[in-house]
Design a protein around this ligand. Structure first.
Ligand SMILES: [Zn+2]
Length: 244
């Protein structure tokens, strides 16, 4: 059977991304980091030297807006420039094209999706969950967040997926009642069973704040084990969807 694809992404360019990168290297896993240049929410972002370091470690660097502005909260006429300036700045730092984008806060107004297309991005990630395939790479969904749990949210996302087979699995195994790590492992099993794409995403600053490092490593170790057994392969986000 064809191995499932596992892809990981970490948002917001927190300095703790470097610790995530060290863990990912230890377990030989591919991942994408979405980095804004600055953050209107006031959290620190990676320096140009640190961004280059992540890229040199083999990780994909994706754009996340210049200021991490939610694109439905700024004037529509500013959206294109907000996305373009973040992309331009990263390309200048890295000396190479940046082809992946992540919508800050998962907000996807039409004007933003159009700008992403016009700017030549090949992949743009949302925060839609419980998905195991990518229909539109410019509105790419995820499977589940790392280190965050809300039963009602899990149920809502499972139902919204419209995937009857997954909903049956979700109900049968009481996935809504699991903590984030067991939920992630159950989703990983489902991806292996169905040959889908499993996309885990998170924020390094939350993992640090909630002291989830050990549990994150348990997830990474399981992915590494499954990769060694040929059950999954890991890819950067832009290389994760079919058709690449
Ligand atoms: Zn973000």
């Amino acid at each position: 059977m064809k191995p499932a694809i596992v892809t990981l992404s970490f948002d917001d360019g927190a300095p703790e991304d470097l610790e995530i990168a060290t863990l990912l290297k230890k377990h030989e896993l591919a991942a994408t980091f979405y980095v804004p240049v600055t953050n209107v929410e006031g959290r620190p972002t990676l320096s140009p030297v640190q961004i280059v370091l992540l890229s040199e470690m083999g990780f994909e660097i994706g754009a996340h807006g210049y200021h991490h502005q939610y694109l439905d909260r700024i004037p529509a006429t500013d959206v294109y420039e907000e996305i373009k300036s973040g992309k331009d700045q990263l390309e200048q730092i890295l000396g190479q094209a940046v082809t992946s984008f992540c919508y800050p806060g998962g907000k996807t107004p039409v004007v933003a999706v159009n700008a992403v297309r016009q700017l030549g991005f090949r992949y743009a990630r949302t925060v839609r969950e419980c998905r195991f395939s990518v229909d539109d790479p410019l509105l790419a969904p995820t499977t589940n967040p790392i280190g965050w749990h809300c039963r009602r949210h899990y149920v809502k996302e499972a139902l919204l997926s419209g995937n009857a087979r997954y909903c049956t699995y979700f109900l049968k195994h009481r996935l809504w009642a699991m903590d984030w790590l067991d939920y992630s492992l159950a989703n990983l099993e489902y991806a292996v069973m169905t040959g889908g794409i499993c996309h885990f995403w998170g924020h390094a600053f939350e993992i640090d704040r909630n002291n989830e490092w050990e549990r994150l490593e348990r997830l990474l170790l399981q992915i590494e084990t499954m990769q060694n057994q040929g059950q999954v392969v890991t890819r950067v986000n832009s290389g994760s969807f079919h058709g690449v």
